[in-house]
Design a protein around this ligand. Structure first.
Ligand code: SF4
Ligand code: FES
Length: 232
């Protein structure tokens, strides 16, 4: 066991006029995750510490926050890969509800705008709509998005334009536009080729830097841009 220091940016809207840094010391095995440290703090030191988590295995996307200056999932952050002091802040660019919990509504509302579901009104085949391995390969990376918000929250274009769809919603649009079973490409393009859409991406690559699923988001958005130019 080794001592680790957690520096956590805290904010309680009912008590605080501005965020405050609080420090906690916890003993942890190096193989534990930063999430385990947060749970220890909550269970043994300060039960009022507020954060989101569910699956604890990098699947639900709910534990995203800024970890030592870079967005990511605390449940995927192994303590032995970190310095002795671990600094945690809420995702930037989204309104803070309390401590490490942010309001994700602005993020999920962008997702809704791009129609995040398969659209195909043709009569369904007897068993299922078949997709070849090659066709599935085109969308394989985009399917692994866990909707954590790390990318959109780290995007400078989003910081300056909160109406911008953001990298995650554009990746979702890609996921269905390049799905060979989908039949709504024109409608989808119409929804992303807007003042606050596709062309707001300036290929800054912050999204790629932080994505916990290592999705090359920018290259997916570039493919959307090429398709949009061909269709215009
Ligand atoms: S693309 Fe990556 S960073 Fe963005 S929401 Fe999906 S998993 Fe999170
Ligand atoms: S708790 Fe589900 S992704 Fe971290």
């Amino acid at each position: 066991m080794k001592k680790y220091f957690f520096r956590i940016k805290r904010f309680d809207p009912e008590k605080d006029s501005s965020p405050q840094w609080k420090e906690f010391t916890v003993e942890m095995e190096p193989t534990e995750r930063a999430l385990d440290g947060l749970i220890k703090i909550k269970e043994t030191i300060d039960g009022s510490l507020t954060f989101r988590k569910s699956c604890a295995h990098g699947i639900c996307g709910s534990c995203a926050m800024k970890i030592n200056g870079k967005n990511g999932l605390v449940c995927q952050t192994i303590i032995k890969d970190m310095p002795d002091t671990i600094t945690l802040e809420p995702l930037q660019a989204f309104p803070v509800i309390k401590d490490l919990v942010v309001d994700m509504d602005p993020f999920f509302s962008k997702n809704e705008l791009v129609l995040p579901y398969l659209i195909n009104n043709e009569p369904p085949p007897e068993r299922e709509r078949i997709q070849s391995p090659e066709d599935q390969g085109k969308i394989l990376q985009s399917i692994t998005c866990v909707m954590c918000g790390s990318c959109t929250s780290s995007c400078p274009s989003y910081w300056t334009d909160k109406k911008y769809l953001g990298p995650s919603a554009l990746l979702k649009a890609y996921r269905f536009i390049f799905d060979t079973r989908d039949r709504a490409t024109d409608e989808r393009l119409k929804r992303i080729i807007t003042h606050h859409g596709l062309w707001r991406c300036h290929s800054i690559y912050n999204c790629v830097e932080v994505c916990p699923k290592e999705i090359d988001i920018t290259s997916h958005i570039s493919k959307l841009k090429r398709m949009a130019v061909r269709k215009l």
